[in-house]
Design a protein around this ligand. Structure first.
Ligand code: SIN
Length: 279
């Protein structure tokens, strides 16, 4: 039997699985945590439903999987600095993370993963898409793999389409903006430190160009890679309910928060785990 303590139900052949028989508010024993970690590595994003998590419990659960990191542009919650509130209000038209990305890849050591817990969501809409970056890499021809193997992408926090998605929250609870390094060079193909598999590591949100090339020269290659990253057959779509918890692997997956619910409030709590320099 692959899993002894939890149930793991894939939601598409490509990516994503629902984990059952887990109450994340408990201090879970190591054998359960190892099985959750195994499912996380196998499916790149896992989902738990019907959880009841105080911010303290969310942080405690997250810390079983790594060191707690931080989101650079928005101050954490009062009394819970490790937790970032991801909110879209009734009168707002821009949502946080509303484009394909891997989290904060403009940092020198981007996060291993992130956990997102839903408190209030629209009944219809507000889903999140996830895509498998191993499959995106595997889909390339041997010729293309050879071309991009030595290339590095320049990743910036300032690309306008991405920068705009954080403006509302960063204006309310500004943080670090002046002091953090918002541009980093990372390999276009990274090796996952735990699985050893290769994954495409560039994104429409943050990659501006390929190191040593102009923006114009980089565009045809990057556009092709983005297209492969966003293939429907490499992705899944998750519908949130209050109490849903997602935990995604930023080293092997990308995500995109759909912005199709104007007029409704959506409130989530997010915790990030520190990661290492991609190689
Ligand atoms: C994010 O990119 O962290 C937010 C995702 C979401 O709100 O679904």
């Amino acid at each position: 039997m692959l899993y002894k303590h939890i149930s793991v139900t894939p939601i598409t052949p490509a990516i994503g699985a629902i984990i059952g028989d887990v109450d994340a508010s408990n201090d879970l024993p190591n054998e359960i945590i190892s099985e959750i970690r195994k499912a996380f590595l196998e499916h790149q994003v896992i989902f738990l439903r019907e959880q009841k998590l105080h911010p303290k419990e969310l942080v405690a659960f997250a810390s079983k999987f790594g060191d707690i990191g931080y989101y650079p542009f928005v101050e954490g919650m009062e009394g819970h600095p490790e937790v970032t509130e991801v909110i879209k209000k009734e009168d707002e038209t821009i949502n946080f993370g509303g484009l394909w990305h891997t989290d904060t890849s403009y940092l020198e050591s981007p996060p291993l993963g992130s956990l997102l817990y839903a408190l209030r969501v629209p009944e219809v809409g507000g889903d999140t898409l996830f895509a498998n970056m191993y499959l995106a890499y595997d889909s390339l021809s041997e010729g293309m793999k050879k071309i991009i193997a030595p290339l590095r992408g320049i990743n910036s926090a300032e690309k306008p389409d991405a920068a705009v998605t954080r403006t509302n929250r960063a204006a309310e609870r500004p943080k670090d903006a002046e002091t953090i390094k918002t541009i980093s060079s990372h390999p276009l193909v990274r090796t996952h430190p735990e699985t050893g598999k290769k994954a495409l590591y560039c994104s429409r949100a943050h990659t501006t160009h390929i190191e040593g090339m102009t923006v114009e020269e980089s565009k045809p290659i990057l556009e092709y890679l983005y297209q492969q990253q966003q293939r429907e057959d490499f992705s899944c779509r998750f519908h949130w309910e209050p109490g849903s918890l997602a935990f995604w692997d930023n080293r092997a997956a990308q995500h995109n928060a759909l912005n199709d619910y104007h007029g409704f409030r959506r409130v989530m709590h997010r915790v990030t785990l520190s990661g290492e320099k991609p190689y």
